[in-house]
Write a protein that binds this ligand. Structure first.
Ligand code: 3EB
Length: 324
């Protein structure tokens, strides 16, 4: 195999014409939703800054089959499965998360792709009170996700790299990538593993790995979770977007150093990642955040700035990265 089975590419939406096989297409725009005609096309309700709409194409050199089963949209190739669930009524986030995860976790295994590589979660009113008013909706989501894992007897540390970001419009969208053979879960030496967070942040901890490293025959890829200004388990630099960016770059750098030292991946720093997505809570912080990123990693050819909410009130920005 001369090419890895996954390639990710950012394009302006008007240029998003499939060339070769498209595993999935993720549009970023105003409203979260799915496409009744195409089970592996989703829209995430996070408006990009500076352009009406942007698209992320998950491409593969392999032949792709698409389908829909019990409301789960999917696309599969020889080596990869994309699967998504959209729950339009996201009022009860704990229940929505439990249901979505139960369905998706059973599905990817049944389809013959037992190794999760990456999960994305998007829903509205992230920090508003949940149905259980002692929780915010992100905490309710974490509780529902854990309930699904418990029901399936899956350990919290088994889930791969993830993103969980708040949208401005309703609906809960979760989609994942899974493979035949497992990747390697990577934790960040500067951060407490999310599944070991103390209960200060919610009664049920988040369940995701800081990154998933996936060796393919052609190349090893790295999928990095949404990374915030968290050191240990504490948020640092409340209210200071540029300082939070510095801390995030330090976190990404520490994770990449570890992957290079422990696994020999030839990646020197965050600037070498193929694609970066920057989730910005307040539009007013964008200039400071952009300037800090450029100061630290230079002008990067594939950075997408999206307007979205981050899961602790003091956190203003989060970055995810992909090396593919
Ligand atoms: C953090 O480090 C920031 O709940 O799936 C980042 C990525 C975060 C994924 C998730 C949460 C999640 O705790 C928040």
């Amino acid at each position: 195999m001369s090419q890895p089975p996954l390639k990710a590419q950012l394009v302006p939406s008007r240029d998003a014409v499939a060339e070769g096989a498209l595993l999935a297409r993720v549009d970023y725009g105003r409203e979260t939703g799915i496409d009744p005609e195409d089970p592996s096309r989703v829209t995430v309700g996070l408006p990009p800054f500076g352009t009406e709409q942007a698209s992320e194409l998950l491409r593969t050199p392999q032949a792709v089959t698409r389908g829909e089963q019990d409301g789960i949209g999917f696309a599969r190739s020889e080596d990869l499965l994309f699967a998504r669930v959209f729950i339009a009524d996201s009022q009860d986030m704990q229940q929505a998360a439990e249901q979505a995860y139960l369905r998706l976790l059973r599905f990817h295994t049944a389809m013959g792709y037992p190794a999760l590589l990456r999960i994305w979660n998007f829903f509205d009113r992230l920090l508003e009170p949940a149905v259980d008013p002692t929780l915010d909706r992100y905490q309710a989501f974490c509780a529902g996700r854990q309930q699904a894992l418990e029901a399936l007897q899956i350990d919290g540390s088994a889930l791969p790299a993830a993103t969980a970001i708040g949208t401005a419009t309703p609906g809960f969208l979760v989609y994942l990538l899974a493979a035949r053979e497992p990747g390697i879960q990577i934790e960040n030496p500067r951060q407490v593993s999310a599944y070991h967070y103390p209960p200060d942040y919610g009664p049920k901890s988040p369940t995701f790995a800081r990154a998933t490293l996936k060796p393919w025959p052609a190349r090893t890829q790295l999928y990095i979770s949404g990374t915030a200004s968290i050191v240990g388990h504490a948020s640092l630099h409340a209210g200071k977007p540029a300082a939070q960016m510095d801390e995030i770059i330090n976190n990404l750098g520490a994770l990449i150093d570890k992957v290079r030292n422990d696994h020999g991946l030839a990646l020197h720093g965050p600037g070498d990642l193929s694609l970066l997505k920057v989730y910005v809570k307040r539009e007013a912080d964008l200039p400071a955040i952009r300037a800090r990123l450029t100061a630290r990693i230079g002008d990067h050819p594939a950075v997408l700035f999206l307007h979205g909410d981050v899961c602790r009130k003091e956190l203003l920005v989060e970055i995810e990265g992909l090396y593919a």
